[in-house]
Design a protein around this ligand. Structure first.
Ligand SMILES: Cc1cc2nc3c(=O)[nH]c(=O)nc-3n(C[C@H](O)[C@H](O)[C@H](O)COP(=O)(O)OP(=O)(O)OC[C@H]3O[C@@H](n4cnc5c(N)ncnc54)[C@H](O)[C@@H]3O)c2cc1C
Length: 400
C-alpha cells in the first residue's frame, strides 16, 4: 500500500469492509468507472451461515448494479407466509401474489454466502484485500485526499466508503461523541437446517418470536428471538431454544433439533437509538450498519445497505477528484431521513413483537386477527414507503 495516487486518472475509492454493503458499493462504483479497493479485516471471507431476505427495494438495487439475475437464480421466492400464535392458530395470512401485486417484486430469500459470492464475482480480480483491518481514518477535505491507516500502512483515495458494520471504527472516529448503537432488549439465534415440510412465516409469543423460510435448495433457514439481558449466553444454545420454543406448534421443535448445536448463530441485537448528524464527513461516507444499524424486524438492514450503495455511486457519478466534497452532502440528504425513519419503524415493530405482558399480547393478537380478516392488506401497508424505493433515474443507464 502506498500514499501516492494509484497511478490512474480515474477517481478512486477505498471501501472499508466486505459485507453486503461494502461489496455492493464497490461494485456500484466500479460500474461507474471508479478505481476501487476493498479492505476487509477478516483473513478470509466466511459469510455467516444464515439466510437473508432481499426485499423489492434491495432487488432493484441489485438490478441497478447488474447482479440481480445471478442472485435471483440462487434464491427462493418467498410465497405465502403466515403469522401464527405459538399454538399454531393463524393471526394473519399473507400471500406471495398479493405481495408482488403491491410491490412489483417478490421477497426472495438467499443464503448469505451465495449473495456474497455473487457480489465478489462482480468485482475485478485484486479489488478485495483481506487481512487488512482499518485502524484509523482521516476523512480528507476539499484540498486533502482521504486516507486510512491499516496495520500494513496508509492508503489514500478521493473517497473512503466506510461499510465496516455495527462496530464501525470509522463512525467512532468521525463522530466520537455519538453514543453508537445500543442494546435493543432481545437476542437472536439463526440456523440453516435440512429441508422438511413447514409453513413459511413467523410465530409470535410472549417476548419470543420464531420464523422459518425455505432456501432455493430445499433447506430451511430459521431464526428466533427472545427478551433477555445483554450478554446472556448458555453453554448449549440449542437446549435453551428447546426450553423456550419446544412446546410451540410443529415443526418448530424439529427444526431446532435438526440444527447442529455448534452451527447455531447467537447474537444480541443492537440498533441506533439516535441518528448520526450526517452520513458523510469531508471525503468519507458511512453506509449500512455503520451508518444506521437497525433491529432485524423489518428485514431491512441489508436492503438499506444496498440502497446506500446505489445512492452513493449515483451521487458520485459526475464527481471528479476535485468536486467530491461538494457532491457528498447529497448522499446525506438522500439517506439520513429515510434510514432514520426505517430504524425507528423497525424498532417499533421489534418492541411489539417482543411484548411480554399477557394483556398486551392478547390485545395485539386480537387486533392482528381482526386486521387479517377485514383488511387483508393491513400487514403489508406499513411496508409501502419502505419497499417503494427506486433507484435514481440517472443510475446506471443500461443496467439489467
Ligand atoms: C438475526 C438477524 C437477521 C437479519 N435478517 C436480515 C434480512 O433478512 N434482510 C436484511 O436486509 N437484513 C437482515 N439483517 C441485517 C443485516 O444482516 C445487516 O444490516 C447487514 O449485514 C449490514 O451489512 P453491512 O455491510 O453494513 O455490515 P456487515 O455485514 O456487518 O459487514 C461489515 C464488514 O466490515 C468488516 N470490518 C469491520 N471492521 C473493519 C475494519 N476496521 N477494517 C476492515 N474491515 C472491517 C467486517 O469484518 C465485515 O466483513 C439481519 C440481522 C440480524 C441480526
Amino acid at each position: 500500500m502506498s500514499e501516492a495516487r494509484t497511478g490512474t486518472t480515474r477517481p478512486d475509492a477505498i471501501v472499508v469492509g466486505a459485507g453486503v454493503g461494502g461489496l455492493a458499493a464497490a461494485t456500484a462504483l466500479h460500474r461507474r468507472g471508479w478505481a476501487v479497493v476493498v479492505l476487509e479485516r477478516a483473513p478470509v471471507i466466511e459469510p455467516i451461515g444464515a439466510g437473508i431476505a432481499i426485499a423489492p427495494n434491495g432487488l432493484r438495487a441489485l438490478d441497478t448494479i447488474g447482479v440481480s439475475a445471478a442472485v435471483r437464480s440462487l434464491a427462493a421466492i418467498n410465497g405465502s407466509a403466515a403469522l401464527r400464535r405459538p399454538d399454531g392458530r393463524l393471526l394473519a395470512p399473507t400471500s406471495g401474489a398479493a405481495f408482488v401485486e403491491r410491490f412489483g417484486e417478490p421477497m426472495i430469500l438467499a443464503e448469505r454466502a451465495e449473495l456474497m459470492r455473487v457480489l465478489i464475482a462482480a468485482l475485478p480480480e485484486g479489488t478485495l484485500r483481506t487481512d487488512a483491518a482499518v485502524l484509523d481514518v482521516d476523512p480528507g477535505d476539499a484540498d486533502r485526499r482521504a486516507s486510512v491507516t491499516t496495520s500494513a500502512g496508509t492508503l489514500s483515495a478521493d473517497v473512503v466508503v466506510a461499510a465496516d458494520g455495527i462496530r464501525s471504527v470509522v463512525r467512532r472516529t468521525l463522530f466520537p461523541r455519538h453514543p453508537g448503537p445500543s442494546y435493543a432488549g432481545f437476542t437472536t439465534w439463526r440456523a440453516i437446517v435440512p429441508g422438511r415440510e413447514f409453513t413459511p412465516g413467523e410465530t409470535w409469543g410472549r417476548g419470543r418470536v420464531f420464523g422459518a423460510m425455505p432456501l432455493a435448495d430445499g433447506r430451511v433457514y430459521w431464526y428466533a428471538s427472545a427478551n433477555r439481558p445483554a450478554g446472556t449466553t448458555h453453554g448449549d444454545e440449542r437446549a435453551e431454544l428447546l426450553r423456550l420454543f419446544g412446546d410451540w406448534h410443529a415443526p418448530i421443535r424439529q427444526l431446532i433439533e435438526s440444527a447442529a448445536a455448534e452451527r447455531i448463530l447467537h447474537l444480541d441485537v443492537h440498533a441506533m437509538a439516535e441518528p448520526l448528524p450526517a452520513h458523510h464527513v469531508g471525503r468519507t461516507v458511512l453506509l449500512g450498519d455503520a451508518a444506521h444499524a437497525m433491529t432485524p424486524n423489518l428485514g431491512q438492514g441489508g436492503n438499506q445497505a444496498l440502497e446506500d450503495a446505489v445512492e452513493v455511486a449515483d451521487v458520485l457519478s459526475a464527481a471528479t477528484a476535485d468536486t467530491v466534497v461538494d457532491a457528498l452532502p447529497g448522499y446525506t440528504e438522500r439517506r439520513l431521513a429515510r434510514t432514520t425513519a426505517i430504524v425507528r419503524a423497525s424498532r417499533r415493530m421489534g418492541a411489539m413483537a417482543q411484548w411480554e405482558s399477557p394483556v398486551a399480547v392478547a390485545v395485539r393478537d386480537a387486533l392482528l386477527r381482526a386486521a387479517g380478516r377485514f383488511a387483508p392488506d393491513a400487514a403489508l401497508r406499513p411496508l409501502d414507503d419502505v419497499l417503494a424505493w427506486r433507484p435514481p433515474v440517472s443510475a446506471f443507464p443500461g443496467s439489467s
